[in-house]
Design a binder for this molecule. Sequence first.
Ligand SMILES: Nc1ncnc2c1ncn2[C@@H]1O[C@H](COP(=O)(O)OP(=O)(O)OP(=O)(O)O)[C@@H](O)[C@H]1O
Length: 672
Amino acid sequence: MAFFSRPQSVNAAVKIVAPTSEDEQAKLSAKKDSTQRQCRNILIYGSCKFEDKGCIYYHPPRPTTPPPASPSQPETPSGKLSQAVNAPVFVPKSSPFPPTSPTPAYAQAQTSLSPSKGISSPATEYDEHDHYDPNYYYYSENGAHPMPAEGLTSQMQAFDLNVFEIPEGQSSMGMHPDYEHDQYDHVGQYDHAGQYDHGGHYDHNGHNLGFYPPQPTFIHQPLDYHLYGLPPAPPTSSHFISPTLHTDLQQRSETLRTAPAPGLGLPEELEGYHTLVPLESTTSDRRKFGSWYSTVYRATGKDGRGYVLRRVENYRLMHQAAFTAIEQWSRIRHPNIVSVQEAFTTRAFGDSSLIMVYTYHPNATTLYDAHIKPKAPTFQNGRLQAQSQFVPERTLWSYIIQIAGAIKAVHDKGLAVRMIDVTKVLVTGQNRVRISSCGIADVLSYSPATAAPATPGTTGSTGSTGTASPTSSIIALHQQEDLAMFGKLIFALCCSNVAAINNLNKALDVMSKTYSADVKNVALFCLSKPGMHKLFDMIGSRLLTEMDEMQNGIDSLEGELMYELENARLVRLLCKFGFINERPEFARDPRWSETGDRYIIKLFRDYVFHQVDEHGNPVVNLSHVLTCLNKLDAGTEERIMLVSRDEQSVLVVSYKDVKACIESAFGELARR
Ligand SMILES: Nc1ncnc2c1ncn2[C@@H]1O[C@H](COP(=O)(O)OP(=O)(O)OP(=O)(O)O)[C@@H](O)[C@H]1O
């Protein structure tokens, strides 16, 4: 292959060819007599702890001075470097990276390399040892822990391996099915029963004798973790961020995609909205919305997004001008108001219905459902106990501030909410509330007598302009009503009773037992229908607390986003694989995706996705995939063994090389 014809660079890929028949003979005869076989701990670690404790294998006499270790080729015993230089070199085309930095000794050895030595003439200096057969331990001991790929690669490097035998009929891919964790950093040792130990020594019966520091021959090779995105700091607990944020988001996404139950008899399509799903029961006790029945549906809009359709049954539109307020409402975008989209009438339900369209907030509940509706008792400490409905004061203030902010925004636009009720305020996230059903009262109670559209700043209570028109005084009245409704809502929440206000003394009693005097003062203040700005004076410094919490929430979400950024890196890589692998033709070359640098990419893809275990079953290990892709994206120096599909050749390449191949191939495609 063309990759091996460039020995001018440093060693990145090593082709391992099938052994000659003489090698085979030598290996077989060596296996026959284990006392003549060199101990593998010597081969791998340079020493055997059991040499004097009964190890039956051959231990050559120890050299008087240990060979110096190479710092940049940590997994290669330095004593074998002169043999390693015989390895052919893989250099990706137009590599954007500098070549793998060799040690001075290694570089020197390379320059003295005879050009006649290539891949087809593997080094023969190994003949004094028996050839390393990575399958030997694994297949000789049934049930032994299979050798992980990284372990195998480092073993091969430790042997300066140029000659490698893949037993006939055995898939080399199947040798390392348990690639689960990032084991590259471990310096393990195989005992003679084939047990792998991450840095520990085993006796010859396979018992672990304890954890020993790595042998000096092997230098710990850390990953280039600095190339990865830093994990975000642990998020500070935030009032507005759910501790189960991921689950909540997934559940919302699931809710968005639930299909409607069949046989509901709902219209297929309404002004472009389709796939209607009722959000409340249409059969059980129904409360009237003023003097109308209403039903809330979830629907999918023309843009594919979710919307809420509130249908008011048997509504007859007498004046088109009734929709004027909707135009104003649809311009209000506030974090504590469910946005109004549009309104129309329809006969699709068999009657004349008014449809109000709002933004959909999946899995939202009403304040009533969240805090007031009696809940079934649950088992706590082995006993059935009623669930607490109590709203903590911190949460209550948060609700007060959010709702007050929403009311103010509406009033500033010259409108009134007219619908502040525990059943119409939605909890749409962790301690987040939004006023829903806005604008509907304006349509339903439209009268031509009060038809003149209000303009911002012309309101009675909050407005600042001179003479009040009849319209503006009505709006001012509605705005004062808003505050009174807000006061009632605070009482209802504090007393867990929608009708708490009907017995004010009792409600005040309950309230003062649980909450601070400030809560009571604010609730009473609202009931007295004051101006909005005075309300904010009472809330005072609690606004700052709320702001701090909001910013904590933002920090926390940014941290979450950082995690997702990591995903984007991997998706980009996968896209590049998709562009390159199996491309039918490029530059009039039908074999483009199978040749040159692309061949490495293909083998790498096999290594990541197409591994099989010893039984030939696919290895579908996501952590293996993620680990490989992260290392690829970081372009680490770590090497892996890629096996051709015919299992006749093996390449040892670094992630850095594979990354260079991908950059180069993708660059070719992108330049066109
Ligand atoms: N914009 C929205 N996004 C998500 N869900 C909503 C939205 N608006 C309403 N809902 C849900 O629809 C359901 C019915 O809403 P509705 O306003 O009718 O409340 P309700 O408690 O049934 O009040 P009522 O008894 O007055 O009908 C509620 O569970 C509410 O959570």
